[in-house]
Design a protein around this ligand. Structure first.
Ligand SMILES: [Zn+2]
Length: 132
């Protein structure tokens, strides 16, 4: 297998994973609706770090982290091709996650982060954690 093909494969994989992330957010919004929780918005650009979900009035920010993109320690989804590249990318995402959380807390927000696998496997536990 030559290099270009390998990079292309990684890119394709990234596209697939990226769509997976979207699906995760959709799953979470369905969960909110099923629990009759209202007053939330998605991807508010007015809030630092553009959280996946916010409750503006309560100042609650929720992030749903894709297990791949944010380096979930449980799912261990690291790809074998271009391992170095992905490791760096994921490490940067994690660094950014931390900075965003710190800043939001400084701004008076309550921050929740959930893993993609938690939404899939334990949706009720996730809902119980969101208390405000
Ligand atoms: Zn995971």
């Amino acid at each position: 297998m030559d290099k270009i093909t390998r990079e292309q494969r990684s890119r394709n994989m990234a596209a697939i994973r990226s769509r997976g992330n979207q699906t995760t957010e959709i799953a979470f919004s369905k969960l909110l609706r099923a629990n009759k929780i209202t007053g939330w918005r998605r991807h508010s650009r007015r809030v630092f770090g553009v959280p996946d979900f916010i409750f503006q009035k309560e100042k609650v920010a929720i992030f749903i982290d894709g297990c791949f993109w944010h380096g979930c320690p449980r799912c261990k989804t690291q790809p074998k091709t271009n391992a170095k590249y992905w490791k760096l990318k994921i490490a940067n995402n994690q660094k950014r996650d931390k900075e965003v959380k710190k800043q939001l807390i400084r701004d008076g927000w309550k921050v929740f982060r959930f893993w993609e696998h938690e939404i899939k496997k334990n949706p009720n536990r996730v809902m119980n954690k969101i208390v405000f």
